[in-house]
Design a protein around this ligand. Structure first.
Ligand SMILES: [Zn+2]
Ligand SMILES: [Zn+2]
Length: 140
């Protein structure tokens, strides 16, 4: 386990995530919601235990809720000042897991490699495959 520090764009929110070796990679999500929320072509994520994340500064995150494909709610937690998304909690995954934005980890964005790609069906035609790709999600 290694501690990774992250901070939002404005610096009012800071956090530390404890990641196992096999979690030290980006899962690229190409879904259309990620495109809309990020304004980019994919997001960088990792599913980790909720208790592995500690907000160390500015524990007053905004919360945006939408219905995921499963019909269950997804809660997005973001810095109220600059809107950087710190993590998402999916009702479908349960309360004890969260989807962490690995692209906001200072050492993560520099050093992590792509581990897998999900929602490959929505990947833009000009984007090259950089890791094992699943049409939607890996079989559980
Ligand atoms: Zn901020
Ligand atoms: Zn997505």
């Amino acid at each position: 386990m290694t501690d990774f520090k992250g901070h939002c764009h404005c610096g009012k929110t800071e956090w530390t995530a404890k990641l196992e070796k096999d979690q030290q990679a980006h899962i690229l999500c190409h879904c259309n919601t990620c495109k809309e929320l990020s304004g980019s072509t994919f997001t960088l994520n990792q599913i980790i235990p909720t208790k592995a994340l500690k907000i160390t500064k500015g524990d007053d995150l905004g919360k945006y809720t939408y219905k995921g494909d499963s019909g269950k709610s997804v809660y997005c937690y973001y810095c109220k000042n600059c809107t950087s998304h710190v993590y998402h909690l999916q009702e479908a995954l349960g309360e004890d897991k969260i989807v962490l934005r690995t692209g906001l980890l200072k050492e993560g964005i520099k050093n992590f490699q792509p581990g897998a790609e999900i929602f490959g069906k929505d990947r833009l035609s000009w984007e090259k495959e950089v890791a094992q790709t699943f049409e939607v999600m890996p079989p559980s």
